[in-house]
Design a protein around this ligand. Structure first.
Ligand SMILES: CC(C)(COP(=O)(O)OP(=O)(O)OC[C@H]1O[C@@H](n2cnc3c(N)ncnc32)[C@H](O)[C@@H]1OP(=O)(O)O)[C@@H](O)C(=O)NCCC(=O)NCCS
Length: 199
């Protein structure tokens, strides 16, 4: 299992890549500026909260979770395991009650990941499991004990209630698979080639 330091280093590296910043060893001031950045501080708080929970340090998980909620409106259950390279482009209004989130996942604002009904026991069977390299669009909801595969994109404001296959894009309410642009072009050219039926 990666350490807190390794996880934060991978988060920082992914942010730098996505923001197009050079990956260099920062100065003390540069490090402080990044630490307080609204795209990095929430990650430090949620990772710190989980690390404190795993180390069985009393009160710290709750305190860090509470700080995240007050400062950024981001609520992340410390019990949710989050892989390296998580990225919140805009962290506000997001609630993360997934069972597990893979590596290199991007979560936009207003996303909810959780059970379909109130579940205060944090039951694995009722919580979503998110794969690697997933993009969760702004405002989407992923609900229930479902699996979202690797390399999936979930459209903005979609509600996902069924498991999603690897490598697909889903959108809508309830979310359904979107055809790729190539598939759509093929379907269009098929329509053009079919002669119109006459009565
Ligand atoms: C889902 C998404 C990735 C699809 O992008 P795309 O592959 O370029 O798809 P297109 O725009 O060509 O749309 C394909 C079809 O899906 C529909 N569609 C696209 N996004 C949708 C969404 N979020 N909900 C419902 N339908 C959607 C389009 O209307 C279109 O339908 P049509 O074929 O009947 O005309 C993108 O629309 C999206 O929602 N991205 C989220 C980004 C985000 O959250 N940004 C926040 C910035 S702050």
């Amino acid at each position: 299992m990666p350490t807190l330091k390794q996880l934060l280093a991978s988060d920082l590296q992914r942010q730098a890549e996505l923001e197009g910043r050079p990956i260099t060893r920062p100065t003390f001031l540069g490090f402080l500026r990044r630490l307080l950045h609204h795209r990095f501080l929430p990650i430090v708080l949620c990772r710190g909260s989980r690390a404190a929970m795993l180390a069985k340090i009393p009160l710290v998980p709750e305190l860090l979770t509470y700080l995240n909620l007050v400062l950024f409106g981001l609520e992340v259950a410390p019990r949710c395991e989050i892989g390296p390279g998580i990225f919140f482009p805009h962290p506000s209004g997001t609630v993360i009650g997934a069972w597990r989130i893979g590596s290199h996942v991007t979560i936009f604002q207003g996303v909810t990941l959780g059970a379909k009904e109130l579940d205060m026991s944090f039951d694995e069977r009722l919580r979503p499991d998110i794969g690697n390299n997933v993009m969760l669009g702004a405002g989407c909801k992923v609900l229930g004990g479902i699996h979202v595969g690797d390399n999936v994109t979930v459209g903005a404001n979609s509600v996902v209630v069924n498991s999603v296959e690897d490598g697909t894009t889903v959108a809508g309410i309830p979310a359904r698979k979107l055809e790729s642009k190539v598939e759509r072009q093929r379907a269009r050219s098929r329509d053009v080639n079919v002669p119109a039926l006459r009565n």
